[in-house]
Design a protein around this ligand. Structure first.
Ligand code: ATP
Ligand code: MG
Length: 319
């Protein structure tokens, strides 16, 4: 099954077509484009979008917490952290889903050993793929005809696809829906902020470099602006510990995660070093938390997942 674009001439009306007997969804995107602003909710919502939002709201009533993994920067390990955090949360006996909204570079399915998986569509909706420890996964990767198919989408299509990822997927009851974001502060992040019921928190992934302070800072400011609470900073790729000579090499420069966390008054959740086993695990589709549970990296990820669970539980219970 794959998305079929049938009306590319018209920017205002684009069909996203599922198999014939299932969805045949049409929406007026230009209105959406006009309503997208940095406000947390658009002022005018067209009736057909309102209908879909109702379904989203109903579906999300079964999902206790929504957590986004963001960064202003690309290639810093967002998908690696999102996938492993999802598995780590599942290892705490929580029901977890992972929604990959990185349409131009979906990578979570590969990291969870789900590459090439085809989705089952029933009259009830789309069954998400099921990964390690029962983590339910939805990604555009499952809908593309081949792995080298480029996704050439403008913002409105992404908005519609994200809404469908929520409204048409049978997520069922979940404790956490982890959302793996693309880099930056574009349409995907805005859609998640505007059209999903309250997101409980955002984790920001950074790497040791002066440049990342500014770039990640921008995405923290963006999250605040659209009403998503920044809850923590994780510094990934922070140094390489040579097992032979027992020396820590700061390959990418000095750490900046702590500095970012202090500057924006959010919690620093820790450092994850460069480790060839991470790359190997990501490529082989077995998350490092399962492939090397005794490794320092896995221990840190499990600790981060415990802390995140604690933080989100305590703040949502206060509300
Ligand atoms: N700590 C680490 N040690 C070694 N390799 C790592 C580490 N973190 C991530 N990687 C590798 O770096 C690459 C980029 O990671 P990942 O795809 O998770 O980044 P991303 O931020 O999601 O990228 P994008 O912005 O494209 O979505 C992957 O090949 C991953 O296996
Ligand atoms: Mg990614």
């Amino acid at each position: 099954m794959h998305y079929e674009l049938t009306d590319q001439q018209s920017y205002t009306q684009v069909h996203l077509k599922y198999p014939r007997n299932y969805l045949n969804y049409r929406t007026t995107h230009l209105i959406l484009v006009n309503t997208v602003s940095s406000e947390s909710k658009p002022r005018f919502i067209p009736p057909q979008v309102r209908e879909r939002l109702k379904i989203i709201e109903e579906k999300m009533k079964l999902v206790k917490h929504r957590l986004v993994i963001m960064s202003g920067k690309g290639g810093v390990g967002k998908s690696f952290i999102a996938s492993n955090l999802a598995v780590a949360l599942a290892s705490l006996n929580l029901k977890v889903g992972l929604m990959d909204v990185d349409f131009h570079g979906p990578s979570a399915p590969k990291m969870l050993g789900l590459k090439g998986r085809k989705l089952i569509v029933t009259t009830e909706g789309i069954e998400p793929a099921v990964g390690p420890l029962g983590v339910k996964v939805m990604s555009l990767d499952f809908l593309l005809p081949s792995s080298d198919t480029p996704v050439v989408w403008r913002g409105p299509l992404k908005t519609t696809a994200i809404m469908q990822f929520v409204s048409d997927v049978n997520w069922g009851e979940l404790d956490f829906l982890v959302i793996d974001m693309p880099p930056g502060t574009g349409d995907e992040a805005l859609t998640v902020a505007q059209y999903l019921p309250k997101v409980d928190g955002a984790l920001f992934v950074t790497i040791p470099s002066e440049i990342s302070i500014e770039v990640v800072g921008r995405s923290i400011a963006f999250a605040k602006q659209v009403g998503i609470r920044p809850i923590g900073v994780i510094e990934n790729m922070s140094g390489f510990y040579c097992p032979k000579c027992k020396t820590l090499y700061k390959l990418l420069g000095k750490g900046t995660g702590k500095e970012i966390a202090e500057k924006y008054n959010i919690e620093f959740l820790g450092e994850i070093p460069l480790d060839p086993r991470i790359a190997e695990a990501n490529d082989s589709g077995t998350p490092i938390t399962l492939a090397y549970p005794e490794s320092e990296v896995s221990k840190r990820i499990i600790n981060i997942s415990k802390r995140v669970h604690e933080m989100i539980k305590s703040t949502t219970e206060q509300v």
